[in-house]
Design a binder for this molecule. Structure first.
Ligand SMILES: [Zn+2]
Length: 113
């Protein structure tokens, strides 16, 4: 399960980041792009498994889904797009540069003092 390995590596990242602060990590916010290939529901489920028995056992995972945002290389305009239809609404160029939507990153942590 792809999402389980992601959840395990997030736990490592969060533990490393939280090691500098006293207190328990209440929640972790992650940004998941629609093009990242991560299934948010599967990630939530994997998180429950991955955090068991770790110092993050009570840490909630908050997932922010990042929509696809692209820039047109021809007219230079940026717009949001669907995965299956990214062509430019202004000049109908089909190839677009992806600005956002590939993210899979830890955005922030909420730590109890
Ligand atoms: Zn365009």
């Amino acid at each position: 399960m792809h999402e389980l390995s992601i959840a395990l590596s997030m736990i490592e990242q969060i533990e490393a980041a939280a090691a500098k602060h006293p207190g328990a990590v209440r929640s972790a916010q992650v940004r998941v792009g629609v093009l990242s290939g991560v299934d948010c529901e599967a990630l939530r489920f994997a998180w429950e498994i991955a955090r068991a028995g770790t110092p993050l056992e009570r840490t909630a995972l908050e997932i922010e889904s990042v929509p696809l945002r692209v820039r047109c290389p021809v007219c230079g305009k940026t717009h949001s797009a669907e995965i299956h239809s990214i062509l430019c609404p202004h000049c109908v160029t089909p190839e677009q540069d992806i600005l956002e939507g590939r993210e899979l990153q830890l955005a922030s942590l909420e730590i109890d003092e």
